[in-house]
Design a protein around this ligand. Structure first.
Ligand code: ASP
Ligand code: MG
Length: 402
């Protein structure tokens, strides 16, 4: 007998028919003699709808109350799924995050899991129940309901798998696995059989929608093998694990992120310590920066450009105008949020030269201008105009995979 954790995303439980479909998958797994713990997200767009309700009443609501509201979405789906399982003639118990033992930090709306005390889950399994757990939520040491940040149910599932030493952790979603590019945008995108944690982590962070990056981090840390697969189609998915025996592929995927903006600080005085001062101002505000480019200095001045998440852009500009322009005498701050970051990821590029050249050639062939470049051991990212984003993904994908 194995212990299997199965996670179903919002689209997999969006309506009654899909909830019944999930109940079927879960009970089939149970009927084969396995212990099953199921983690579910809120139905369909429920979380977005709840946020819209909050915005109508108080856009500046406290984060504690936001968590109280958002956690309700998952409460609905666990109860409905447990009822669907009962209807198929099996026993199920639904548990909220706190009942399932999720102890978290108290940073509301982006809490971190500190510990999962799985004793209640284990009791339920011992009584031959299928356990249905609300993803995305936990409880702080003050006894308040917390949530883990958008897309957090993946992390809930991996945390249970780690705490209970599960034999398998399956992440069911609305695509059939991890693809070499978004299959909805790129016709000949291929499903990967396997991908390493590091590559998956890069892809998740760089804009692939399929897994939450914190869940991949946690899976890597505890060595939990993940299978990403579709709840709608009966097909094998993608295994995420340590150092897979890859079909010698140079790169494993192309990702796009349009939720970013570029900020340029022009005419910065050219003496030591300026970059340090500027970026520490931003990090004090917890504004993360990504690709950085500094120009060669001339006439005692230089320009520094970098990218930030779009939703933090205006705040970053305000900070920099105040500090860099008004206090330190830079000329101006420019802001552009019509940009996209296109990245290729692959462990194969460590040992092969010419991968960057091939990517740049694809962009040249498509007449797309590169505005910034950044590289690491297993990824190359370029910043381009947002309008070119889909064209760029297609061009790069066909260069490497056709
Ligand atoms: N329902 C939450 C969200 O949409 C958590 C999740 O889906 O993983 O962000
Ligand atoms: Mg959701």
């Amino acid at each position: 007998m194995s212990l299997i954790v199965q996670k179903f995303g919002g689209s997999s439980v969006a309506n009654a028919e899909r909830v019944m479909n999930v109940a079927k998958i879960v009970t089939d797994t149970y009927a084969k003699g396995n212990d099953v713990v199921v983690v579910v997200s809120a139905q369909g767009d429920t979380t977005d709808d709840l946020i819209a309700k909050q915005m109508e009443i108080n856009p500046d609501a406290s984060r504690r109350e936001k968590d109280m509201l958002l956690a309700a979405g998952e409460q609905i789906s666990i109860a409905l799924l447990a009822m669907a399982i009962e209807k198929l003639g099996y026993h199920a118990t639904s548990l909220l995050g706190w009942q399932a033992g999720f102890e978290t930090s108290s940073s509301h709306t982006s809490a971190r899991i500190k510990r999962v005390d799985a004793s209640r889950i284990q009791d339920e399994l011992d009584q031959n129940n299928i356990v249905v757990v609300a993803g995305f939520q936990g409880i702080s040491r003050h006894g308040d309901i917390t949530t883990l940040g958008r897309g957090g149910s993946d992390t809930s599932a991996v945390a249970i798998a780690a705490a209970m030493h599960a034999d398998l952790c399956q992440i069911y979603t609305d695509v059939e696995g991890v693809y070499t590019a978004d299959p909805r945008k790129v016709e000949n995108a291929k499903k990967l059989k396997e991908i390493s944690y590091d590559e998956m982590l890069e892809l998740a962070t760089l804009g692939a929608q399929v897994l939450n990056n914190r869940s991949v981090e946690m899976a890597k840390k505890y060595g939990i093998e993940l299978e990403v697969l579709s709840s709608m189609a009966k097909a094998s998915g993608t295994i995420v694990k340590e150092k897979p025996r890859m079909e010698k592929m140079l790169i494993s995927g192309v990702a796009k992120d349009t939720d970013i903006a570029r900020i340029s600080v022009i005419g910065v005085p050219n003496y030591p310590g300026l970059a340090f001062k500027m970026f520490s101002k931003l990090s004090k505000k917890k504004i993360n920066i990504d690709i950085i480019l500094q120009s060669i200095g001339h006439d005692g001045k230089k320009d520094i450009s970098f990218t930030v998440a779009k939703d933090r852009g205006p705040e970053a500009v305000e900070v920099l105008e105040d500090y860099m322009v008004n206090t330190l005498g830079a000329k101006e701050v420019l802001y552009d949020d019509e940009v996209a970051k296109i990245s290729i990821v692959g462990a194969g590029m460590e040992s092969h030269s010419g991968v960057a050249t091939k990517m740049f050639e694809a962009l040249y062939d498509a007449q797309i201008n590169i505005r910034m470049i950044s590289t690491s051991e297993i990824k190359i990212s370029v910043l381009i105009d947002a309008a070119d984003a889909d064209k760029a993904v297609k061009a790069i994908h066909s260069k490497f995979f056709d």
